[in-house]
Design a protein. Structure first.
Length: 108
């Protein structure tokens, strides 16, 4: 009997590992410290000690790049997956990623 889903982790974009301090907030989530763990043009993974509801609209503020907006699509313990409202265009994403991985950044 065929499975209704694939066990492989196929994504539209590869994720880039980063580790940057951030602040996250949403409808039921007060401004809270977080860490941006990885990112792609369509989403990111955040580590945050606050409970977030799946589907909740979120704002993520990262000092190096500014504000990102999306919605929570999964949560596992302190990790949270966010899908951005709109994918970041490739050229903008490359510039943003260079800032996130720049010299002197947190976690580098």
């Amino acid at each position: 009997m065929p499975l209704a889903f694939s066990m492989d982790d196929s994504r539209r974009y590869e994720r880039d590992a980063v580790e940057c301090p951030a602040q996250i907030w949403g409808g039921t989530l007060p401004p809270s410290p977080a860490v941006l763990i990885n990112i792609s043009p369509s989403g990111c993974m955040i580590r945050c000690d606050q409970m977030v509801s799946i589907g909740e609209s979120l704002t993520i503020d990262v000092a190096q790049i500014g504000t990102l907006r999306g919605r929570a699509i999964w949560a596992a313990g302190a990790r949270l997956g966010v899908e951005f409202e709109m994918a970041i265009p490739e050229k903008e994403y490359e510039v943003m990623l260079a800032k996130l991985k720049g010299p002197g950044d947190f976690g580098r």
